[in-house]
Design a protein around this ligand. Structure first.
Ligand code: SF4
Ligand code: FES
Length: 263
């Protein structure tokens, strides 16, 4: 099939960017979207032009690297699908496709379609871990976890940190990502000792990174390639409220911290 591509080209972080138009023949419907971009890049290289810079790693829907907005939709038109697992059979001969980077203040553009998502790493560093010696793998039944709790934790753990939720949110909020990362640890017995310090530290790190606030548009849930539910945001907010009350109790009843609560 033949495609008309309008691709965002930007030489560097502080450079102006613009859409460049490319025509691509012989796109096979079995190609993934990234393979289609590989074909475009081979063509550009053969013509002595700079290839389009885009992020990718696993190409199996696992790493979360393949961030791009396709025709205005984070990860493109196929629901619950990463860009690397989106196939060209979902497009038609002659289609016009606009390809842009994630756009959010907290994700500055590095080049073309690549953005800096290290803000996510800093949020994880603030509390997205368990600081106990885990040793070797324990016997499976030594820490009993009810099946429904284990499954809910696994649902949250599906988050691949791609950032589509931020790109899709009109406020540029990272609540779905942070809620998933908080929840998958806070639900499990191993995560209980740091449950409240974790949620407080991660929410505060999120705010430092200048992500927007959640106002329940639910675009994050619609764009998430892993189908993470916004119910995890409510769960995170409940834990965050409890964490603030615990801080207040610890400080002898002064209630200043409560005004920070994100509803
Ligand atoms: S919550 Fe979904 S959209 Fe957001 S980073 Fe995780 S996998 Fe990506
Ligand atoms: S390249 Fe790893 S999820 Fe797409």
């Amino acid at each position: 099939m033949k495609l008309i591509l309008h691709v965002w080209r930007q030489k560097g972080p502080n450079q102006p960017g613009k859409f460049e138009k490319y025509e691509l023949d012989d796109v096979n419907e079995h190609m993934s979207f990234l393979e289609m971009l590989d074909v475009l890049n081979q063509k550009l290289i053969a013509q002595g032009q700079k290839p389009v810079a885009f992020d990718h790693d696993c190409r199996e829907g696992i790493c979360g690297a393949c961030s791009m907005v396709i025709n205005g939709i984070a990860h493109g038109p196929q629901r619950a699908t990463t860009t690397c697992q989106l196939h060209m059979r979902h497009f038609k001969d002659g289609d016009v496709i606009y390809i842009e980077p994630w756009r959010a203040k907290a994700f500055p553009i590095i080049k073309d379609l690549i953005v800096d998502r290290s803000a996510f790493d800093r949020i994880i560093s603030a509390g997205g871990f368990i600081s106990v010696r885990t040793g070797s793998a324990p016997e499976a039944n030594s820490v009993p976890v009810p099946k429904d709790v284990a499954e809910l934790a696994m649902d949250a753990a599906e988050c691949i940190g791609c950032g589509a939720c931020v790109a899709a949110c009109p406020n540029g909020a990272a609540m779905l990502f942070v809620a998933a990362k908080v929840s998958h640890l806070n639900l499990l017995p191993q995560g209980q000792p740091e449950r409240f310090t974790r949620v407080k530290a991660m929410v505060e790190a999120m705010e430092r990174e200048q992500f927007g606030s959640c106002s329940n548009h639910r675009e994050c849930e619609a764009a998430c390639p892993k189908g993470i539910s916004i119910s995890f945001i409510a769960r995170m907010n409940r834990d965050y409220r409890k964490a603030l009350w615990k801080t207040v109790e610890h400080q002898g009843g002064k209630a200043e911290g409560i005004s920070q609560f994100r509803g």
